[in-house]
Design a protein around this ligand. Structure first.
Ligand code: SF4
Length: 341
């Protein structure tokens, strides 16, 4: 198999050593909260009542909002390591996706533009256009290895053979400028299908992974009953730990379709505003964001919404762990905090 195992970024820095950051390491731009699939585990597929509890809205980012996002990212002193077009929803359903990738590429604000997609709308033309526009990584999230599985998990009928051919086509034209990664959840594979997954994708991708599904959605109201295979390991196969500090407020920003600034999980700490009211950089450096970081160093359980969240335990990377370094981060953070207040 040519592909490496693990579809997450591997070139990680030791996070506590580089905090605080004047520029986020990564950003998700949620260009849509709509999807062409109806996956039975997803927050988008819940009843309207449950969906409303998530705080999300079924909406699409306008070009005007996207342009504002790009212009505001330019205010940061450094380039981000990665900007991802995804969030919650299927980015390829957005009619301006290719224009958005091109605009981000031309703005030269990030080292890599990543698109996470279910891949179902990946025609040959879209593949060529995305690569031409400057996409740096295409990550496809599979829901199974057969049309029957897609019907069962995602409530859609796909032509599996054509779907696979489309991915092979992307692989054949990607050259050296765009990586192709394919991942699948363990719950989407039938017994014995692991080998088939690696046979199908191991030689056409740069990285592949079978991810262990876990119960992240305790904070987001999705369908837990489906998660029969919740395991004792993290999403990436590492042992579970009791991680007390969430890395996201220190290194990550999410922008929702309406322009709302959030810290990864789209749940609000209270200081966040729409980017029309305060720019992304202003909010990143704001008193409110820094107070969240200082409080997070005392433990995530200080925030009611974080108390129920298992993301920090189930998706950690050893390089990102902040526990044991609270004092030195706090001292540098207080220094920076004074600069901005
Ligand atoms: S602990 Fe969970 S809910 Fe809290 S900020 Fe981190 S990801 Fe979001």
């Amino acid at each position: 198999m040519k592909a490496e195992l693990g579809t997450f970024p591997k070139d990680r820095q030791i996070l506590y050593k580089i905090l605080p950051l004047d520029t986020p390491l990564a950003m998700d731009i949620h260009i849509t909260h709509m999807c062409n699939f109806h996956c039975n585990y997803c927050v988008l597929t819940q009843s309207e009542e449950d969906f409303a509890k998530s705080g999300l809205k079924r909406e699409v980012m306008s070009w005007e909002t996207f342009s504002l996002v790009v212009n505001q990212i330019k205010e940061f002193p450094n380039k981000l390591k990665m900007i991802t077009m995804s969030g919650i929803g299927e980015a390829t359903t957005h009619t301006r996706l290719v224009d958005m990738v091109r605009a981000l590429h031309d703005a030269d604000v990030t080292h890599k533009i990543q698109l996470i997609t279910n891949g179902s709308l990946l025609t040959a033309e879209l593949s060529r256009n995305l690569i031409d526009a400057g996409l740096g990584e295409l990550k496809i999230s599979l829901q199974g290895l057969s049309a029957r599985k897609y019907r069962e998990v995602s409530g859609v009928d796909i032509d599996w053979e054509q779907f696979y051919k489309n991915i092979c086509y992307f692989s054949s034209i990607r050259g050296g400028q765009c990586e192709l990664k394919v991942k699948v959840a363990d719950i989407a594979l039938e017994d014995g299908e692991e080998d088939r997954f690696y046979e199908l994708f191991g030689d056409i991708c740069d990285a592949v992974s079978i991810e262990h599904i876990y119960d992240v959605w305790t904070v987001q109201n999705a369908n837990l009953d489906y998660h029969e295979k919740t395991t004792e390991t993290t999403l990436y196969g590492l042992p579970l730990i009791d991680n007390k500090i969430c890395r996201y407020p220190f290194m990550f920003v999410d922008i929702l379709p309406d322009g709302q600034y959030t810290t990864f999980c789209h749940l609000l700490f209270g200081f966040e505003k729409n980017i029309r009211e305060a720019s992304i950089r202003e909010q990143w450096n704001s008193r409110g964001e820094n107070e969240v970081r200082l409080k997070m160093l005392q433990g995530k359980d200080n925030f009611p919404m974080c108390r129920r969240c298992s993301i920090v335990n189930n998706t950690y990377h050893p390089e990102d762990l902040l526990m044991g370094h609270e004092k030195e981060i706090e001292s540098r953070l207080r220094e920076m905090y004074q600069m901005y207040t």
